[in-house]
Write a new protein. Structure first.
Length: 200
């Protein structure tokens, strides 16, 4: 590639990202769902509940990132908040080998989830069977469910207490960029509620 074509691809990628973010910013329904998700998480933590997160591939990495910034730190020091990504390799290989990959998340939810806890699940396609099964397991245990997708999914929306859809084009990378922004916003809003001194 020439120097000019490299620059064109760089600016094109950034422009696509900006357009996706602008579209999300102008989507009142999506913004309301982000606010609802923040309120749900705050309520779960106020009642001493735990939060679990899951996803596949890049969404798994986003789930892990979300959980570690709650248990570790986001911007400033404060007490940890109980959160866990469903990412244990031993569990996932055991369940996928013995029971099938569609149950890797639902089996964990059945083992650890409790009434009043929350499952935050990510599926860029909106069709991930193991995410659908995880949401079903969570609802069966009396958990709250927040679902993030990149395409509208009746199956996921019907299983969620809060459904956040962030369309961003035909490829998963743009959707994941919006998802990580939403997750950071949720973390900040939870912190602002419980640790306002960090934002004084």
């Amino acid at each position: 590639m020439t120097e000019n074509s490299l620059k064109q691809h760089i600016t094109g990628s950034l422009t696509e990202g900006r357009t996706a973010l602008d579209n999300l910013l102008s989507n009142d329904a999506a913004l309301a769902s982000v606010e609802a998700a923040a309120r749900l998480l705050i309520d779960v933590y106020r009642k001493q509940g735990h939060v679990y997160a899951c996803g596949n591939g890049g969404s798994m990495c986003d789930a892990m990132h979300f959980a570690e910034e709650l248990t570790g730190r986001y911007r400033k020091d404060r007490p940890p908040l109980p959160a866990m990504a469903i990412s244990d390799v031993g569990h996932m290989t055991c369940v996928s080998n013995d029971l099938g990959y569609e149950q890797v998340f639902s089996r964990f939810v059945e083992a650890h989830g409790r009434h009043g806890d929350c499952l935050l699940a990510l599926s860029t396609s909106g069709t991930s069977k193991n995410i659908i099964r995880a949401a079903q397991a969570a609802k069966a245990r009396g958990m709250q469910v927040i679902l993030l997708s990149g395409r509208r999914s009746d199956a996921l929306e019907n299983l969620s207490d809060v459904y956040i859809c962030t369309p961003a084009g035909q490829f998963a990378d743009r959707v994941q960029e919006l998802h990580i922004k939403v997750l950071h916003i949720l973390i900040e809003l939870v912190e602002r509620e419980f640790f306002p001194e960090n934002y004084a």
